[in-house]
Ligand binder design. Structure first.
Ligand code: ADP
Ligand code: MG
Length: 352
């Protein structure tokens, strides 16, 4: 029988390793937006601006007013597995930043043109690093960081072909920003496309504003006033159990949708997709929602970091709970309690 010709085993060149790894993390412009906004948040930004051209395929610029990167460290920021966020396994187990893998910038640089301009508070001026040429030059900008990403997948036409229309890619980019914005009412966001302001959400926190009011404000800004009026806050008592706390809002059954496009679940501030959480929520709606109607909700689950593993998926969209049933139950009870409260006033009125 014929055998396939065999190549000798050899280690792949660094650039190819990065391109392969990038495939897991960077799928489309929205993945770049997600990673860059993650980084801006980790840097303590209070204002994040996203500028897009052609749905992000031609250009994505993310500007923040965070802590910045010292010029000597700029080349390191682009290296694979280089991070300022963890230094040990112990750090990983209780990680509180969005990033920790040190992969995103390296991945993006391997599939697009990239430049970073950054300035720390103690630097006399900003510095700009061009990823391709490695050239580091003085630049002008305030304290913070701008990352420019151009011509995504220019070197990998096969991947570029998978991209959809600019309008669709723009929609995905907007959704990526929305997911962050809901979790961080204390940060202002703006999104520009082709030089036009598409969306803008001002910081919702401030003196005399409770965290709950700030979240409600941000939910109204991002998902619309209708979402707010047609939803109920999870009761404070929904801090069920000792290890799982949940707050947020659940849509009333009447506001259910044809598609599951307004289901936002966060674990310790990170947007996730989780079957057990979705199932717990769905179960709570069992008696009030019929057919294939989909509930809307924003669920903020806070759990001891030691009880959840966030290092199971390259994009961290999935997490693994130490006790999934505990989370399922907490979600179910919390949502049920909010829905029951929403029916209570009508019941009382009927009796009176
Ligand atoms: P990770 O976020 O997992 O650490 P990244 O590749 O996304 O990996 O970023 C590498 C490093 O570059 C970060 O650890 C951080 O020190 C620095 N960095 C990236 N983006 C920013 C930013 N917007 N502001 C400040 N530092 C940044
Ligand atoms: Mg990162």
């Amino acid at each position: 029988t014929a055998t396939a010709p065999r190549r000798p085993i050899c280690e792949l060149p660094d650039e190819l390793i990065s391109q392969i790894a990038a495939g897991e993390v960077i799928e489309r412009p929205a993945s770049v937006v997600r990673e860059l906004v993650d980084n801006a948040l980790d840097a303590g930004a209070t204002q994040i601006t996203v500028r897009l051209l052609a749905g992000g395929v031609r250009s994505i610029v993310v500007e923040d007013d965070g802590a910045g990167i010292p010029a000597p460290e700029l080349p390191l920021a682009l290296r694979r597995h280089a991070t300022s966020k963890i230094g040990s396994l112990h750090d990983l187990e209780s990680v509180h930043t969005m990033g920790f893998r040190g992969e995103a910038l390296a991945a993006i640089a391997s599939v697009a043109e990239m430049a970073i301009a950054s300035r720390t508070a103690d630097a006399p001026h900003a510095s700009r690093l061009d990823a391709r040429s490695g050239e580091l030059a003085a630049a002008a900008r305030a304290v913070g960081t701008s990352v420019e990403v151009r011509e995504l997948f220019f070197a990998t036409p096969a991947r570029r072909k998978f991209l959809k229309t600019d309008a669709t890619e723009l929609a995905h980019c907007l959704e990526a920003v929305r997911r962050h914005a809901l979790a961080r009412p204390d940060v202002g966001f703006a999104v520009w496309h082709e030089g036009k302001l598409v969306d803008q959400w001002r910081r919702a926190t401030g003196e005399g504003v409770t965290p709950r009011q700030a979240l409600d404000q941000r939910i109204a800004d991002v998902l619309g006033d209708d979402f707010l009026t047609q939803s109920r806050a999870l009761p404070e008592a929904a801090a069920l159990g000792h290890t799982v706390r949940i707050h947020g809002r659940v849509g009333l059954p009447d506001a259910a949708r044809a598609r599951a496009d307004q289901q936002y679940v966060y674990v310790n501030g990170r947007f996730v997709r989780d079957r057990q959480v979705a199932h717990g929520a769905r179960t709570a709606y069992e008696d009030v929602l019929h057919g294939s109607r989909q509930p809307s909700y924003v669920l903020m689950i806070d759990i001891d970091p030691l009880r959840v593993d966030v290092n199971v998926h390259p994009t961290k969209i999935e997490v693994r709970f130490r006790d999934g049933r505990e989370v399922h139950q907490a979600v179910r009870y919390a949502v049920e309690a909010a829905l029951a409260e929403s029916r209570a006033p009508a019941f009382t009125a009927g009796e009176a």
